[in-house]
Design a binder for this molecule. Structure first.
Ligand SMILES: C[S@@+](CC[C@H](N)C(=O)[O-])C[C@H]1O[C@@H](n2cnc3c(N)ncnc32)[C@H](O)[C@@H]1O
Length: 202
């Protein structure tokens, strides 16, 4: 889910976003909310009490154009909220060796991923074959760890603000089903083109 600051004011942002989080928690044990740090920070302590803040995740990129005289924007935030019954799968990040040690109950340090991902913005020659032309497209490698931590093959992933369909592309690559929607017809068209091979209906 993507929520950003184009909704004016803290109160209006909360009034629109908290009901979405509440509704999402009725169907999903894990919720990820993306946005600029100064937007999603407004949500702290306002989500329903049955959701726990599992992680404050940061996507760090160094290749944003610098247009201001002040700090150069180089991050986006993703809040991971978890229902009590939401399972985590840290073992999805283990190597063969770690898996064997875990099976023998001898894995002392859990090799879980960092909460900061460094991945370049998709622009210019960066991962050209992945680029769809959608202005706000995220790299699949930024979405993939979120899904690996919280899903197993066969699970359903829902993205109501799908943009170019990155969540769907990462989900099907991991063997999950995906349900995508967006208010923009152009975004839906892009999702359809990108995921044509995986559509249930044309
Ligand atoms: C930042 S983009 C998502 C980018 C996506 N993760 C990707 O990699 O392509 C945000 C998307 O949310 C959609 N959106 C914003 N508010 C929405 C709403 N209230 N309902 C449905 N879609 C919405 C926009 O149309 C836009 O396509």
């Amino acid at each position: 889910m993507y929520r950003n600051k184009n909704v004016p004011g803290r109160a209006a942002y909360l009034a629109e976003t908290i009901p979405l989080i509440t509704a999402a928690s009725q169907v999903a044990p894990h919720i990820f909310i993306w946005g600029f740090p100064e937007s999603v920070a407004r949500l702290v302590d306002h989500w329903p009490s049955h959701l726990k803040l599992e992680g404050w995740l940061t996507w760090f990129f160094k290749n944003a154009p610098s247009r201001s005289k002040s700090w150069r924007p180089s991050q986006q935030t993703c809040l991971h909220l978890r229902r009590r019954d939401g399972k985590l799968y840290p073992e999805h990040f283990y190597s063969e060796k770690h898996r064997a040690l875990a099976a023998a109950n001898r894995l002392e340090f859990k090799m879980t991923p960092y909460s900061v991902f460094q991945e370049a913005l998709l622009s210019g020659f960066i991962k050209r074959s992945e680029q769809t032309g959608f202005r706000y497209q995220k790299p699949e490698s930024v979405i993939e760890p979120l899904l690996r931590m919280t899903t197993k093959p066969g699970d359903l992933v829902i993205d109501p603000t799908a943009g170019s369909g990155t969540t769907g592309a990462a989900a099907v690559r991991l063997g999950c089903a995906a349900l995508l929607s967006d208010r923009s017809a152009a975004a839906i068209k892009l999702c359809r083109e990108r995921l044509a091979a995986h559509l249930d209906s044309p």
